[in-house]
Design a protein around this ligand. Sequence first.
Ligand code: MD6
Ligand code: FE
Length: 202
Amino acid sequence: MAEPTLVVGGVDIYKGWLDGDAQATLVEDLRAVVSQAPLFSPQTPYGKPMSVRMTSAGKYGWYSDRRGYRYEARHPQGQPWPPIPPSVLAIWAALVGPQRMPDCCLINYYKPDARMGMHQDRDEADFGWPVLSVSLGDDALFRIGGVARGGATSSVWLGSGDVVVMGGAARLCYHGIDRIRPGTSALLQGEGRINLTCRVVD
Ligand code: MD6
Ligand code: FE
């Protein structure tokens, strides 16, 4: 299996894992997903709208409202989520392995002023599987902490084509996006950033 470029707080970072052509193919495949399952702005359990817009592909989609964070089998409009594109599954197979494919590919879209607060990914049944994320478009400042809230953190800029794998002892570490740097990538039409996170849910 490939060696990460960088390990920060136990999180593996593969800088530039996807070349320009692979990134463009991915964006095309994601546009097809979004046309079937439009982006929406979930409410946090505290009633605030998230600044990130999102949708999902796969057996489950990640969802949040006043009832809490959870996985749902259908888009809020009622249709099942589209299948995860093979271009996404290929990244998972290469860096996590081909034994088990992810159940959910969450698609997050950041406009220039969007951010994501520090959180753990802990809505899944089995933390034995890593979470894999792909960054596309503008650079983002990714903050990584420990498995307890508070305490020391490290920050790293994620660029278009970078892949992050959070597994093992780092599977439940706190992390978030402090800000994006608009205009640092020409991949998307206009400013913004897409982040995919793939997870095994059941
Ligand atoms: C983001 N990423 O990059 C937010 N979660 O926009 C995540 O929340 C994340 O990058 C789990 C594993 C990898 C990640
Ligand atoms: Fe996360």
